[in-house]
Design a protein around this ligand. Structure first.
Ligand SMILES: NC(=O)c1ccc[n+]([C@@H]2O[C@H](COP(=O)([O-])OP(=O)(O)OC[C@H]3O[C@@H](n4cnc5c(N)ncnc54)[C@H](O)[C@@H]3O)[C@@H](O)[C@H]2O)c1
Length: 437
């Protein structure tokens, strides 16, 4: 099939590349001319494991290309994916201006039957708005609008896209349904389901999924906080409850709060949708409140150790990305902690395997960036771990002890066995577990 993907970010680029990998002719459109130039020159502009192999193969064989020219890209396309940003607006609702703006443009460009697929995460009722934006300039017989929310996770996005747990297609058109099923057939050959439903249910499914996952995180963080008070170990609790088949093992780790470009904005947007419909969604409000408080707990522990005075202390930070295996720093808890540390007069020297360039763009020389995790320790008073990159999991504790002046680690991700750190003679604060001294 000939496919256009409008918006070539984490979702658009992965989707476009994977559709090309299964034999389709894909053209990706973006308004960011610099980004398009980089992609045309063969550079993958984001860090996403495994993406470069597929990107190289499909750009070289001519199935994947890039342009800033929306009209040219649409001309040959039977299916147009909208993978555009839907950031939170000032009131917390999803900002639909990117999606509706492009939909309006498409209305004046499209000349033959085209399926317009909304892959962005959008509130209930958006498919109807996209339909109306197109219909303002286009005969309704020449298009169908489909809601096809994306469930990929940054860091494993290629695997998730190539072998999705499920594909959700929201449409009331048989013609569009047939096109979508044909397109996704290669991705579900192992038998994973394609669920076809109405547009509103598809839109709601995505928000329900993300909000439920965020709820699990906030719930476990509160369990961890209570563990600290009553002297229980949240890792034992996680194992004990996660082995219950009704609960499941995944997404039960305590930490320093959820971040990223999805959970914070999606929970907010769903709460907003509820409010607009006069429904008081109490759980979501608590999930957001708990997350906000949790993001502060790391610095609270540092302050506790230094009896409130961290002025002049140098804190080594391991990890900046909102989670491992990505360079995405949107709403990363590490950044909020860094802001607070700087405000308190501390100095920060940070290392992240992939996200430093993005952080540098925001912080410039307000913090020191170093080339390795051990370089971050040099001259530092304390070590704070913010992201659970694999390379942080088995460090040389004697090196940490030698370098870190106050012999203390603050671990927001519970990476280490308490006994190991104790044997190394370090003080160790983690989440929902005993403080080791
Ligand atoms: N990132 C994820 O893990 C993820 C997962 C599932 C769903 N989503 C959803 O997918 C959508 C896109 O997210 P993302 O993370 O890929 O965003 P992103 O910010 O990484 O990418 C968006 C891209 O759209 C481009 N763009 C903006 N306006 C444009 C226009 N008028 N024409 C063409 N291109 C334009 C931007 O330049 C950017 O490259 C959001 O709704 C998000 O909630 C994201």
């Amino acid at each position: 099939m000939n496919i256009a993907v409008v918006g070539t970010g984490y979702v658009g680029l992965v989707s476009g590349t994977c559709f090309a990998e299964t034999g389709n002719q894909v053209i990706c459109v973006d308004i960011d001319a610099k980004k398009v130039k980089r992609m045309q020159a063969g550079e993958v502009p984001i860090y996403e494991p495994g993406l470069n192999v597929l990107f190289d193969r499909n750009t070289h064989n001519g199935r994947l290309s890039f342009t800033t020219d929306l009209a040219a890209a649409i001309e040959a396309s039977e299916v147009v994916f909208l993978a555009l940003p839907t950031p939170p607006g000032a009131d917390g609702s999803a900002d639909l201006s990117y999606v509706l703006g492009v939909a309006e443009q498409l209305g004046s460009i499209i000349k033959k039957y085209t399926v317009i697929v909304d892959k962005s995460t959008v509130p209930v009722g958006t498919a109807e708005k996209v339909h109306a934006a197109l219909a303002a300039n286009l005969d309704e017989r020449l298009f169908d609008v489909v809601s096809n929310p994306e469930f990929l996770r940054e860091g494993v996005a290629v695997d998730d896209f190539m072998k999705p747990d499920r594909v959700v297609i929201g449409t009331s058109s048989d013609r569009a349904k047939e096109v979508m099923e044909r397109l996704y057939y290669p991705f579900v050959r192992q038998g994973n389901p394609i669920y076809v439903m109405d547009e509103r249910s598809a839109e709601m499914t995505k928000y329900a999924a993300n909000s439920y996952l965020a709820t699990r995180i906030s719930f476990m963080n509160e369990i961890a906080n209570l563990c600290e008070i009553v002297g229980a170990d949240v890792d034992n609790i996680r194992k004990g409850m996660g082995s219950d088949g009704r609960i499941g093992k995944r997404f039960l780790f305590a930490g320093i709060g959820y971040g990223g470009s999805c959970f914070p904005k999606d929970v907010k947007a769903l709460a907003k949708t509820a409010g607009e419909n006069d429904y008081d969604f109490k759980i979501l409000k608590s999930v957001m409140e708990v997350n906000q408080l949790q993001k502060k707990r790391m610095v609270a522990k540092i302050k506790d150790f230094y009896k409130g005075d961290v002025k002049g202390k140098t804190i080594a930070i391991w990890g900046l990305a909102f989670k491992p295996n990505t360079d995405d720093i949107r709403e990363a808890p590490a950044l909020e902690a860094i802001d607070e540390l700087l405000e308190l007069g501390a100095k920060v020297q940070a290392f992240d395997p992939e996200a430093m360039a993005n952080v540098k763009e925001i912080y410039g020389n307000k913090i020191t960036f170093v080339e390795s995790k051990y370089d971050a320790l040099k001259g530092a008073d304390a070590l704070a771990i913010m992201t659970e990159w694999n390379e942080f999991r088995t460090p040389d504790f004697s090196e940490i002890k030698t370098q870190i002046k106050d012999n203390v680690i603050f671990d927001g991700r519970n990476l280490f066995d308490l006994h190991l750190v104790q044997e190394a003679g370090l003080t160790y604060y983690s989440m929902g577990r005993d403080i080791v001294k």
